[in-house]
Design a protein around this ligand. Sequence first.
Ligand code: SER
Length: 902
Amino acid sequence: MKPTTSNEIRQAFLDFYEEHQHQVVDSAPLPVRDNPTLFFTNAGMNQFVNVFLGHEKRPYTRATTAQKCMRVQGKHNDLENVGPSPRHHTFFEMLGNFSFGDYFKTDAIRYAYDFLTKACAIDVDKLWYTVHTSDDEAEKIWIEDVGVAAERVLRMGDATNFWMMGDVGPCGPTSEIHYDWGPSACTCGQPDCGLLLDNGCDRWLEIWNLVFMQFNQDQDGTRTPLPQTGVDTGMGLERITSVVQQQPVNYHTDLFSPVMDRLQELLGDDDQARQEHETGYRVIADHGRAATFLVADGVMPGNVGGSYVLRMIIRRAARFGRKIGFTGPFMGAVAETFIDHMGEAYPELENRREHVIHTLTQEEKRFARTLDTALAQLATILENLKKVGETEIPGGVAFDLYATNGLPLEITRDVAQEIGFTVDEAGYLAARAAHAEASGSGAFGQYETGTNAYADWMTKAVQAGQLTAEGVDYDPYGGPFLEAEIIGLFIEGQPVETVPADTDADVVTAASPFYVESGGEVSDTGKITIEATGCTFTVNDTRKPIPGLIVHHGKVTQGELKLGQTAQLQVDDTRRAAIRRNHTATHILHRELRAHLGTHVTQAGSLVAPDRLRFDFSYEQAVDKQTLAQIEADINAAIMANYPVAIQYMSQKEAISAGAMALFGEKYGDIVRTVQIATSQQNKLYSFELCGGLHVETTGDIGLFHFTSEGAVAAGVRRVEAVTGTAAYEILSAQASLLNQLSQMLNTPVNDLPVRLDSLLEDNRQLKKELARLQIKQAKSQFDSLLDQVQDVDGIKLLTAQVDVPGADELREMADWFRNEAGSGVAVIATIAKDRPLFVAAVTADLIKQGIKAGDLVRAVAQVVGGGGGGRPDFAQAGGKDASKVGDALAIVPDLIRSAKS
Ligand code: SER
């Protein structure tokens, strides 16, 4: 039956190719981990790049997917078209079929044609086809094998009919299928309007791109033929749905209409208002859908990379929302509607419903605090530029708007464009780079070098039968020891035959028991020995530079390693036992965090090391001490309950539907490894996660769990660190002996320490008070005896004296006493505190009028002792260095007074 809804079309596509022996493969997650220049999957073929290049083998040669894609950066960026364009999106779903050395052009074309015209019953008279100018073969297939009208097959050049994912990688000529909406849909107004003009006219809709993979392009642009040809096709679900549903605007298909309706309802718009605000509706719908999928795949809003893109689209949608009448958060409602309609096809949406809604709403609220200020500032900036006849916002100014008010460049650009202004984007990037350097934040991670040498080596090893196409026989689960042949040796990434003593190298063996870092768990270390010769290689790290290839990295500490030797591989099992404890403890922690803080808490990253574990999770506020203590208690209760930990393999679908927790944005195979922690209650699992890591056998093996810290890592992301087993015991036991030490020092039992310390602190407070009282009393009696020393300087009463008081407080008191006693006069009093001279000066109001100022007096006096100071005319204070000159300093005061008066 012909599919009509978007959900039916997606399913019909996958079913069609499955019937033609294609393996249905799940969409790869949106975030891309191993390519620092591409943040998000941007085509269906991304997850198969290594298969096309011949570096990776899969158990199938035909595949089909509905792939989540984002096109917001790099070579393929559609951001600015979103809204005005009826057919461009940031996030979209790409339906694709792939052949890896299996069928080529004929079947690719035939399948596509059959799916469109038979399965979807699309009118053949509306379809047009393009082939690359050089591609006689594809043209012939369309006309002779498929039988389409010759005039409908057009030849076009590289710009439209040669496809590459980025600047390097697998690529090839393409054949595209276009749909003609008819003359009434023409927007270009050209009398000869046609596909060949390639002018973006809305009449012509590209619906399917068939790429004939033939080459690998290098950094320098050289194209070498791939080991085998392949097929990579991509059809946007949004576009095919628009054709099937005969809605030339994607936003009017059932992929978007539920959200467009919801927005109308929330805004209370009538149909006319909705139409007037159509662009805003579209941007919100598009960005809201992209943000929903990104957050469900584990991306959090932030300032760099993919996190910035997420922040930017949420904020851009929020600003459009403000324009069309929203005054409060609305993205949660948008996400909810998408999850309702797409949750069945993408269970990750349903599983993370609360987390997605919460994250979007929080980011909207965060932005709401600065949005109005930022827009007002931008309006002033534009106004000022206009006055001086400028039409470009300087880059530094645009960056400042982001750095101080969180206004992304893309919004500044939108606002600027609305009144015909531009932004100096190169200047913006320069300002951002300068800021990043000044604040010490680094650039993206580096690519591992030498990857190609490993890929070439592996291809040869597979051809020579030393390895299967799957690569090294990886068995970290079967125990810490294995015997295997050394089949590859590398020094600095280059293959060698022997490695001498004291040399760093990579060793490849036919099989390996060493765990390779994955899912947060660090790699194993250990040693490789050659019993026959006594050679030893210390393994410091285990890595996987390309899929299937495991290399042990380390140093030959004794003897010489040679290819072909039989080696004994021994994992450091004590270290591994600590890692296992921390890994199972991490699952227990995950479970208890959700139990105590709510199920919207989701894992945002983790580290499982031998000495500690670290766990990042989405949560808005700090976890208070009491709750943290309760979580720690419940984790320890689960450890003491000694629950069995079972490993079970099952199909991914089965695991997810049974409630297993999968990591955000992680790619799993069809058969997954699950870790189940069972309570004694039948049929009730305590914890159930998809995980490839190493675990203890029963939770009791963990021994003990103890938090060492709780803090924030980013907005909305908290981090806890903890220790288990011996490490936990050591920390707690060190703390216990510290308490014992304190108990001995204070001669008080440990339990009474708080009471004892309280009373000591109180005694201390009382003593300090008493001391201060006595010091003032003592100062007063010193002061009283000073009054005899008051001199008369031209009719002015002057007291200069060096006293013995602890500090400036007492000196100030004395200055006050003087003013009270003398009624009219000047005092300069000094003391020596901690070997340094200190002075205060006081002048009564009547004398200030005569030109005598306390500030001037102390400044001059302090100069004599190598110091400085100042203050008000009636009171000032100063310090100096040379205590032996205090007398000299005071001696100049009468002259200072005389000269101030005159
Ligand atoms: N890789 C091609 C594209 O993205 C076909 O899937 O258009």
